[in-house]
Write a protein that binds this ligand. Structure first.
Ligand code: NAD
Length: 462
């Protein structure tokens, strides 16, 4: 049988594509070597958020006094937290299996590799079998990057995020190399469970790609709480449990390396003429590679390594294969991102740094030479402008910052810190995606009392 579509990789990109194409009546075969759900469901977003939720319950219980709640003798069972994490993962993976359980979708568990391709078909091998398809969608994801630092390789003290999530025992102490998203989420988990944490970041700041005013609030809180955060610090060598840096030596039971991920090109050797840029497969706006009928979606494209980007890319790719009208495109300018620290950080759109770096020609130049090419205004309020925030976030101030185009008053970016901003950043995403102006956004009614009202409050002042 010749399939309409073969998909390598069953993560958010792969399973989304398989579901859409098979539900449209096209025969699909999807290959997965580990477990459906990919990194996100099995060793990424979901297990991390499950453990973080457990840690937050413990942390809140031990800090309940400020809410008038007396707790004594509170303790936690980490092995049970890990067990619960596994239960959550199993449940969600079963949900994916269910979604793909239809007559047009064949799920093959095993490592697939491309045997050959031409403009009419692609041949894929998995185990003893070969599969023929009209189109190929590569969704092989990414792997943790292991930096070439002496002493890292084959060192039992070194963990990556997968090993950290697998461990049924909490480390006695932890050094985290890389203060990016993974690093800061694990710093939160371990700190809230009482583990001494040191974060070592090479750049002058943690979370370097985010709004730095928001990051500064997190940094101040975490440092005050006792997390040791070293910035501008390079790791030169690891000797067992000891980390040698440009800023002194540090020791911990485990060392978590979280310095980014790299596209996974496993099984793709036969596609030796596929275009690659900085390790990721190059795709156009419809997720097409330079090879006819070969598409790629998700982390393997090396674009923005987020599950929600992967699934949207998959929708766009399948829409193009099915020649759906109107053809869909992905709006990379309107991708929200959340960091599950405590407090949470949630962002969408341009930062001030982005705007200051925009080069002539990227946008229409403004009239004044002193101004950045997109003259912008920044408006902000502490989250305490929301009654619900004050009621629930004792001792926190939070921040909600909105960036608008000075000329058109279009909302270009929203950057927030404060719980639970991850839950209402979608409202800001909607505004940025649809190109709403301040005037249009003001017509939207937010329920009261909610923390999200702060967003409307900032915009209402404009
Ligand atoms: P990242 O790119 O977010 O952060 C890596 C950090 O390591 C950077 O701050 C970088 O400056 C630093 N670094 C690099 N080399 C270093 C070195 N030798 N010493 C010290 N610091 C060094 O990568 P990540 O945190 O590993 O996450 C990987 C991917 O997974 C990212 O694309 C991320 O967005 C995604 N992710 C997203 C979420 C979420 O959406 N909540 C959660 C986890 C991971």
């Amino acid at each position: 049988m010749k399939y309409f579509l073969a998909i390598i990789g069953g993560g958010p990109a792969g399973y989304t594509a398989a579901e859409i194409a098979s539900k449209a009546g096209k025969d699909v075969v999807i290959f997965e070597q580990n477990a459906l759900g990919g990194t996100c469901l099995n060793v990424g977003c979901i297990p991390t958020k499950t453990l973080l939720y457990g840690a937050k319950q413990y942390y809140n219980a031990t800090h309940a006094d400020k809410y008038g709640v007396k707790t004594e003798g509170v303790s936690f069972d980490y092995a049970k937290m890990v067990q619960r994490k596994m239960k959550v993962v199993r449940k969600l993976v079963a949900g994916i299996k269910q979604k793909l359980n239809n007559e047009h979708c064949t799920v093959v568990m095993g490592a697939a590799s491309v045997v050959s391709r031409n403009d009419e078909q692609v041949l894929i091998a998995c185990g003893e079998e070969q599969y023929e398809a009209e189109n190929l969608l590569i969704c092989t994801g990414s792997n943790n990057f292991v930096p070439p630092i002496p002493g890292v390789k084959d060192n039992p003290a070194i963990w990556d995020s997968t090993l950290a999530l697998d461990s049924k025992e909490l480390p006695q102490s932890m050094i985290i190399v890389g203060g990016g998203v993974i690093g800061m989420e694990f710093a939160t988990l371990y700190h809230e469970l009482g583990v001494p944490v040191t974060v070592i970041e090479a750049m002058p700041t943690i979370l370097p790609n985010l709004d730095q005013e928001v990051v500064a609030i997190l940094l101040e809180k975490y440092r005050k709480a006792g997390i040791q955060i070293l910035t501008d610090t390079k790791v030169t060598e690891v000797q067992g449990n000891k980390v040698l840096t440009t800023n002194g030596e540090y020791e911990a039971e485990h060392i978590l390396i979280s310095v980014g991920r790299r596209a996974n090109m496993q099984g793709l050797d036969a596609l030796n003429d596929i275009e690659i840029y900085r390790g990721g497969i190059v795709v156009d706006e419809f997720m097409r590679t330079n090879l006819k009928n070969v598409y790629a979606a998700g982390d393997v494209t090396g674009k923005i390594m987020l599950a929600h980007v992967a699934s949207r890319q998959a929708e766009v790719a399948v829409g193009r294969m099915l020649k759906q009208i109107p053809l869909q495109r992905i709006a990379y300018n309107a991708i929200p991102s959340v960091v599950y620290t405590n407090p949470e950080i949630a962002c969408i759109g341009l930062t001030e740094k982005d705007l200051n770096e925009i080069k002539e020609g990227d946008f229409a130049p403004s009239m004044s030479t002193d101004e950045p090419f997109v003259p912008y205004e920044v408006h902000k309020l502490p989250m305490t402008y929301s009654g619900r925030f004050v009621a629930e976030n004792e001792g926190e101030t939070g921040l909600c910052k909105v960036i608008v185009d000075k000329r058109s008053k279009t909302i270009m970016g929203v950057h927030m810190i404060g719980n639970p901003c991850s839950e209402f950043v979608a409202a800001a995403s909607f505004a940025v995606r649809m190109g709403y102006t301040v005037g249009e956004f003001k017509q939207v009614v937010f329920p009261h009392p909610t923390v999200g009202e702060v967003l409307r409050e900032v915009i209402a002042e404009l």
